[in-house]
Design a protein around this ligand. Structure first.
Ligand code: MG
Length: 377
């Protein structure tokens, strides 16, 4: 169902367009620029590889755990549901959500930290910038340009953060996308929303996966206000509920209360600042936001997960192994560049370290493991 877009939403008719001019879509195809972006992302190789990349639990640990792919789909679902209620551009939120993790390395955050350490002397590795690299340069699908040639607004949403150093180094490439960080401007509300939908998605699905894996005790979550308050409500409705049905029902209630709070508080802020265009939005404070009370509960839950799940000895052990594999491959490909596939050797020809970072970042967990086994043994 199409909801009428608000004045403050991102709209096709005011889009800042694509880097490489393209004929507009034939009117009979019925797609707007952001739907075309979404379709390009969905059809690209980096998107398919998300299926075999770790979210928190390594891909081979169990079939029910989230991967980067199912995580991205959940972000898109949550983002679109909220976009409809705020009369934002659902297509743009979907495109940004599906693309937001394209630059993630194999083996989750451990892989990213390892690659960043390998690139320490060579401008580092940032996953947000890498996602933009994928859609701007690394995908090879079109006859006359690199990348997917996405709309400005989609790229703006993908680059949710970048270091000052990389802004300087990549000024020509990033252009206006980087100016907003220098000038303290905000991205579109759709980009702000995709960012928070990411947080809502992982905070909830990591609880689900954490309990399923046995690394989190369900009762230990009672120390957090968000979980505990929803658990009380659920147990009032279903006093005998336990196990996975209790877990799922509490998470469902948490999602509802988070989304309701986000929608209501953002509506208040929008009414208060009254933006009349996306340009107004860029010059105002962030308008997609939880209320203070809910923000407090979200922070508490995230620090609980950080302490008890992301830094759990079993997660850390496995990720150490991942770092070893990435470190080995980085040195190996530096010494043996001909082991990098020929089509990749043309990328960043003058920056051998960056080229290897691109190559390793694009690997899935299983491909990285098999390359490691092939060369290290
Ligand atoms: Mg994410």
């Amino acid at each position: 169902m199409n909801v009428e877009l608000a004045l403050y939403s991102a709209q096709a008719k005011t889009s800042l367009g694509r880097v490489h001019p393209e004929p507009s879509e034939p009117t009979n195809s019925g797609r707007n620029p952001f739907q075309r972006d979404r379709d390009r992302i969905l059809h690209c190789a980096a998107f398919r590889r998300l299926e075999y990349k770790t979210q928190v639990f390594l891909n081979h640990e169990g079939d029910d755990f989230r991967t980067r792919l199912t995580h991205s789909l959940e972000v898109a679902q949550i983002g679109r549901a909220i976009a409809r209620r705020l009369q934002l551009n659902e297509d743009l939120v979907e495109a940004i959500s599906l693309a937001h993790d394209l630059g993630h390395t194999p083996f989750g955050h451990a892989g990213q930290d390892a690659l960043n350490a390998c690139m320490h002397q060579h401008d580092g590795f940032e996953h947000n910038l890498q996602s933009l690299w994928v859609v701007d340069e690394l995908e090879e699908r079109y006859p006359t340009f690199n990348g997917l040639n996405l709309s400005y607004e989609t790229r703006e949403g993908i680059l949710k953060h970048v270091s000052r150093k990389n802004i300087r180094i990549h000024q020509n490439w990033l252009g206006a996308l980087a100016d907003r960080f220098e000038n303290n401007l905000q991205p579109s509300l759709e980009a702000q929303l995709a960012n928070i939908a990411d947080e809502v998605a992982y905070s909830n699905h990591d609880i689900d996966d954490g309990i399923r894996s046995g690394l989190l005790e369900m009762d230990s979550l009672n120390d957090t206000e968000l979980w505990n308050s929803r658990r009380h409500i659920v147990l009032k409705l279903y006093p005998n509920l336990e196990g996975r049905r209790l877990r799922h029902e509490v998470i469902r209630h948490m999602l509802h209360v988070l989304i309701d709070d986000l929608v209501n508080h953002s509506k208040l802020l929008i009414a208060q600042y009254h933006p009349k265009s996306i340009d107004d939005v860029r010059h105002l404070p962030p308008l997609i936001s939880f209320s203070d009370g809910m923000q407090h509960q979200v922070v508490e839950l995230k620090s609980f997960l950080f302490k008890n799940l992301y830094r759990h000895p079993r997660v850390v052990d496995v990720t150490h192994e991942a770092a070893t594999q990435i470190n080995f491959m980085f040195s190996f490909f530096l010494e043996n560049p001909r082991e990098i596939p020929a089509h990749f050797r043309v990328q960043d020809i003058n920056h051998p370290h960056r080229r290897i970072a691109h190559y390793i970042a694009g690997m899935t967990d299983r491909f990285a493991r098999s390359e490691f086994m092939r060369f290290a043994t």
